[in-house]
Write a protein that binds this ligand. Structure first.
Ligand code: SAM
Length: 280
């Protein structure tokens, strides 16, 4: 029988989804992991009560979190992903001519549930010879890591439990140490509508370590409120310096459905009603 799933965004606000079937529902040591089937978004990954990604619109989120920072770096070869257990971000990153991608996800159940029930999201990314999947805490991994990376991407759950340190200044300082001189970092930074404090905190914490900090927008229809932010931090390269033609040349032939040169510019130039939130 159909049920309704409520994803509570902000105070007094939720987005509601009809779920026609529960394909997987189990508790890991970190969270409740569910895969449900919905008429609007197809199969959806839900952690605790928060929608993480869906078959229908995963590309909106993953393309923006992967390609905008990868294109900002002149020639990324080594990529680090923290979180991102569904593998959708890894799949996007591997579309570039990178040589190595290390993904550090704390919860094996998220990887296994996605591979079993929504395998089209990671595709072949976990079998790619360039991929190293590590099941461990991303904060501890980054703190102890001696390897250097060109681009780091943080695809975490909203700050709760083990993901809280992934939004802190200490973590961003550790990531700065792992990145080379051209290094670029991008993180998911929450809703610009009901998580404005989080957006501001991420920006403040990144500014402690990086000279270039840019918050950018994407539309992710399965997330409450649809609009979502990511924040890029970089040691020297500013994504705003790229023109649409340069971006289009870098992503030509990748078969993308959201990210283009014009979307690059649009994402980095919020409408006036959000400018104060995103650029404060
Ligand atoms: N796109 C999603 C969103 O914005 O809601 C995030 C998706 S991804 C599935 C988030 C992942 O971060 C989860 O699988 C979770 O287990 C992982 N995670 C949370 N804290 C972590 C940590 N400290 N180290 C590594 N992974 C972590």
């Amino acid at each position: 029988m159909a049920e309704w799933l409520w994803d509570h965004g902000g105070e007094g606000f939720a987005q509601v989804y009809r779920t026609d079937e529960v394909l997987f529902d189990a508790a890991s040591p970190y969270q409740r992991v569910r895969v449900v089937r919905t008429p609007m978004f197809g199969r959806m990954l839900v952690l605790d009560d928060a929608v993480q990604t869906s078959e229908a619109d995963e590309f909106c989120y993953h393309e923006l979190l992967a390609h905008l920072p990868l294109v900002t770096h002149p020639a990324p070869k080594r990529v680090l992903i923290v979180g991102g257990g569904d593998g959708g971000l890894l799949e996007e990153a591997l579309k570039h001519p990178v040589e190595r991608a290390v993904m550090v996800e704390i919860d094996r159940m998220v990887v296994d549930a996605t591979l079993r029930w929504i395998p089209q999201i990671p595709g072949e990314a976990f079998e790619d010879p360039r991929t190293e999947l590590r099941i461990e805490d991303g904060f501890a991994y980054v703190r102890g890591c001696a390897e250097r990376f060109d681009v780091a991407l943080v695809d975490s759950t909203d700050p709760q439990g083990p993901s809280v340190p992934l939004f802190g200044a200490a973590f961003y300082g550790d990531l700065h140490r792992l990145l080379g001189e051209d290094g670029v970092l991008a993180v998911q930074s929450g809703s610009p509508l009901y998580q404005q404090d989080l957006v501001a905190e991420v920006r403040r914490n990144l500014r402690q370590h990086f000279p270039v900090v840019r918050t950018y927008l994407a539309c992710v229809p399965s997330y409450p409120g649809v609009l979502w932010t990511f924040t890029l931090a970089s040691k020297r390269h500013d994504p705003k310096a790229l023109d649409p033609q340069q971006v289009d040349r870098r992503v030509a032939g990748l078969g993308l459905r959201y990210y283009t040169g014009l979307q690059h510019v649009a994402s980095l130039n919020p409408p006036p009603f959000l400018r104060d939130v995103l650029e404060a």
